[in-house]
Design a binder for this molecule. Sequence first.
Ligand code: HEM
Length: 106
Amino acid sequence: LPLEQDMDILGSELVTVQNAGNAQEMHQSLEKMRHAAEDARTGTPYTLQGQAADSENMKAYRAGIDQLIAQINVVDALAVKNKLPEAKAAAKKLIDIRNQNHRKFR
Ligand code: HEM
């Protein structure tokens, strides 16, 4: 998918994660977020168009996506243990990671 579409999926699924009424619902949205992030990892932001795939900026972009995937995995590990409040607390870090990376790459 185009990067914007992956980002739209991240955005709508993040809302579901934050408002999930049970851990299973949260888990399903986190799987969709992980899938969208993995696809976004293969894309190029508009701000970096024309830069080589192995440029420092593109490496930094993929490192930001990897940081997001790592935190998705932290949240999901809590969700599959049915620790909903802890998972929601850990999901707040997803927003910090989004904001930091949007400042750099969006
Ligand atoms: C949960 C985390 C995130 C959410 C909810 C999110 C959400 C969004 C949304 C809604 C957009 C606008 C898409 C549109 O124009 O339709 C966007 C754009 C963008 N985001 Fe994210 N984002 C997240 C994490 C990240 C991360 C980690 C990065 C980079 C490492 C990133 C890079 C970008 C870029 C570059 C754009 C502009 C689109 C482009 O250049 O093609 N985002 N994001």
